[in-house]
Design a binder for this molecule. Structure first.
Ligand SMILES: Nc1nc2c(ncn2[C@@H]2O[C@H](COP(=O)(O)OP(=O)(O)OP(=O)(O)O)[C@@H](O)[C@H]2O)c(=O)[nH]1
Ligand SMILES: [Mg+2]
Length: 230
């Protein structure tokens, strides 16, 4: 069933030269048409490593997780897939679990599938306490506001192309994941969660290991929730 759908993968990347070879090697290539790595101004060899790993590399020098994600989406517009999968480039998500995300779309049971680390398995040390707490709080607010069954804002997710276009995402930072979930809920799209594993990232932590950056990302996410509430 999955094999009949055209699936493209977008990986936003900022300095992930150490992790990318593993991410690209572990992606199930038989299920994927192409992998787009968006190089978000890396100062290391991420772009070369991505090319060596068989990915199409797009450069987006303007920083921001959402900016990189959006540039990846724009790259697909001239010949869109049926499903886009987003996965981080730091090897924290397990690429071999991609089929879990695509399956509910392939069987026409979902439009957006979120990989939930909360219902899956989080490796020891992979998610610091502050991030765990934030990741409990925000889904709790979303559940209360939109009567969904949200348990995570995980970056490893799959969405039907037509649904993605409907959502007209505007956030270009770390709010883009929560924006996607809230807008999908408000529009009555079928949102499904599947359990995924979360491993310790390869390479230095840029967000969760840095209190100030993590706080800024958390506030941005809460602000995004407030913005779309109602
Ligand atoms: N931090 C950050 N990551 C970006 C940016 N653009 C693309 N990325 C990529 O987005 C993905 C998620 O960023 P991460 O730094 O892993 O964020 P996180 O998982 O919350 O935190 P850590 O893994 O602890 O750094 C990774 O693949 C990054 O390389 C950006 O502007 N900032
Ligand atoms: Mg990470």
């Amino acid at each position: 069933m999955i094999g009949v759908m055209v699936v493209d993968v977008v990986i936003p990347v900022l300095n992930e030269e150490r992790a990318l070879p593993q991410v690209l090697a572990e992606l199930p290539s038989s299920l994927i048409r192409q992998v787009v790595v968006v190089d978000n101004g890396s100062t290391d060899r991420s772009a070369e490593v991505a090319r060596d790993g068989g990915a199409r590399v797009v450069s987006e020098p303007r920083r921001g997780y959402g900016r990189a994600v959006w540039t990846g989406i724009c790259q697909l517009m001239s010949d869109p897939p049926e499903v886009v999968v987003f996965i981080d480039g730091d090897a924290a998500d397990d690429p071999t679990e991609l089929s879990r995300l695509v399956e509910p779309i392939a069987t026409d049971d979902a439009d957006l599938v979120i990989g939930s680390r909360t219902t899956g398995r989080i490796a020891e040390g992979a998610m610091p306490l502050a991030q765990r707490l934030g990741n409990l709080l925000v889904p709790l607010i979303i559940r209360a506001l939109y009567h969904t069954e949200t348990t995570d804002l995980g970056p490893f997710r799959a969405i039907r192309w037509s649904s993605l276009m409907e959502l007209k995402l505007i956030d270009r930072g770390f709010g883009i994941t929560v924006e996607m979930q809230i807008k999908a809920a408000k529009r009555g799209l079928r949102v499904v969660e599947v359990p995924v594993s979360y491993r310790a990232r390869i390479g230095e932590s840029k967000i969760s290991g840095n209190f100030k950056v993590a706080l800024t990302a958390a506030l941005k996410i809460l602000w995004t929730v407030a913005k779309y509430a109602g």
